[in-house]
Design a protein around this ligand. Structure first.
Ligand code: COA
Length: 172
């Protein structure tokens, strides 16, 4: 398969295609963005253009239903999977795991033997997903200057530190 070829996943009841984001996805990504004020989709597209990351989008029925980023240039974790986002209406159909698995393959393709992520320890949705995909906590943490309130059940109580998880890519 050629580098970053789109990949199709069959979710519970929907076919999900994951591929690199392109400029024409920007409007849809901005419309879905939980924090449009920080302009993350445009920044991630520019980073992909510069070759320091891969910006994944998931599509189902011709609609963008999720996104995530593989950062080769993070200061702390190398590489780091981050910014996984599935809008509430599209959750629990396998989109989040499809985006993550596609990005893990890109990391392996780039020669990495492991990947990292950092997650709010109160994130009751994402932690079961990461455990199911084979991640383990390293015991280390990152201090967050601006905690992500959209990750947790009580938006006024995001953690000021995130737990670091790691996955070996050697098992394929
Ligand atoms: C976390 C998130 C990406 C999951 O996306 P998703 O498309 O719903 O995930 P999937 O459908 O692939 O779920 C796969 C598995 O993860 C676990 N999971 C997902 N959502 C869950 C929830 N709300 N409660 C418990 N387990 C959950 C389950 O084991 C699920 O398998 P199942 O549906 O067969 O039980 C989504 O809820 C989201 O965008 N949350 C806000 C942003 C966020 O927290 N991002 C992660 C930051 S590190």
């Amino acid at each position: 398969m050629s580098e970053s070829a789109p990949m199709t996943f069959v979710g519970d009841d929907v076919v999900i295609t994951v591929r690199r984001a392109v400029a024409s996805d920007l409007d849809a990504l901005i419309a879905l963005d939980p924090r449009p004020e920080i302009g993350l989709p445009a920044r991630r597209l520019a980073e992909q253009e510069a070759g320091t990351g891969i910006f994944a989008v998931a599509e189902a029925n011709g609609e963008v239903v999720g996104s995530g980023f593989l950062d080769f240039n993070d200061e702390e974790l190398n590489p780091e999977l981050k910014n996984l986002w599935v809008p509430p209406a599209h959750r629990r159909h396998g989109v989040g795991s499809a985006v993550w698995r596609w990005l893990e393959e890109r990391a392996a393709e780039a020669g990495h033997q492991q990947v990292f992520l950092a997650v709010d320890p109160q994130n009751f949705r994402a932690i079961p997903l990461f455990l199911e995909l084979g991640y383990s906590p390293t015991g280390d943490h990152l201090i967050m200057e601006t905690p992500d309130s959209y990750q947790v059940l009580e938006p006024n109580q995001p953690s000021s530190y995130h737990a670091i998880y790691r996955k070996s890519l050697l098992a394929g």
